[in-house]
Design a protein around this ligand. Structure first.
Ligand SMILES: C[S@@+](CC[C@H](N)C(=O)[O-])C[C@H]1O[C@@H](n2cnc3c(N)ncnc32)[C@H](O)[C@@H]1O
Length: 217
């Protein structure tokens, strides 16, 4: 997906993917990862998601990566937080307390800029990318993590011929093909997504949301 696609969506306020509450699957399943309170959590393609606040409220240090400066500014402003900003390689780092957002392209991220992370939360990130980019994204994320890193991954499954993404349909076979070589993968649940009505409006009535726990080998 061309970066301009996302920048224009943010500029036009076309952010139907944004939720006002933390993702229910995150709240249900995060404790099963068994992370320590101070553990550092990476949220790729973060938007201005309330999931970041929820993770910080669990005692985690949170680092998100987001392309759109507008989303990053809105994230802090809407929470009444004043972030300190500084250049960090090809990114701008915005930090307030235990919340950090790197503004830039996730594909430019290296381990030095990201730092050590114990866990990853991926909601509307893998599924935001077209098929051709998903292989590169999964390999890149794997390269940014180390043995023992835990990931909670949320995907969507529907008949791709009924609707053009994003969000794209990513079935379990693809998750296993993308991550199976270097992760232990467990399917935690598969159920209708909380925003099923949004898909129904686009003519897709059989959407399922799947949540996986991954552990990097
Ligand atoms: C579908 S939204 C999901 C946002 C967030 N995860 C959520 O749950 O609300 C995808 C986000 O990824 C951002 N994005 C897309 N491509 C990106 C890239 N290459 N690097 C960093 N962010 C990107 C977009 O600007 C958008 O905010």
């Amino acid at each position: 997906m061309d970066p301009d696609f996302w920048l224009e969506r943010w500029a036009r306020g076309e952010t139907g993917f944004h939720q006002s509450q933390p993702h229910a699957g995150l709240v249900r399943h995060w404790p099963s990862l068994g992370l320590a309170r101070g553990a550092r959590v990476f949220v790729p393609l973060a938007g201005k998601s309330p999931d970041l606040h929820w993770l910080a409220a669990q005692g985690h240090r949170v680092i998100g990566v987001e392309l759109a400066g507008l989303a990053v500014r809105a994230f802090f402003e809407e929470a009444g937080l004043e972030a300190v900003s500084e250049p960090a390689g090809r990114f701008t780092r915005h930090r307030c307390g235990t919340l950090e957002l790197l503004c830039g392209d996730v594909f430019d991220l290296d381990r030095g800029t990201l730092g050590e992370v114990a866990a990853v939360f991926d909601r509307a990130a893998l599924v935001a990318l077209p098929p051709g980019l998903r292989t590169a994204y999964a390999a890149h994320l794997t390269g940014l993590t180390t043995a023992g890193t835990r990931t909670l991954l949320v995907t969507l499954e529907y008949d791709q011929s009924r609707m053009a993404g994003p969000p794209f349909s990513v079935h379990e076979s693809e998750v296993r093909a993308l991550y199976g070589a270097q992760h232990r993968i467990g399917l935690l649940e598969r159920r209708a997504p909380p925003d099923a009505a949004r898909f129904a409006q686009r003519g897709v009535t059989d959407t399922m949301e799947a949540i996986y726990a991954l552990e990097r080998c």
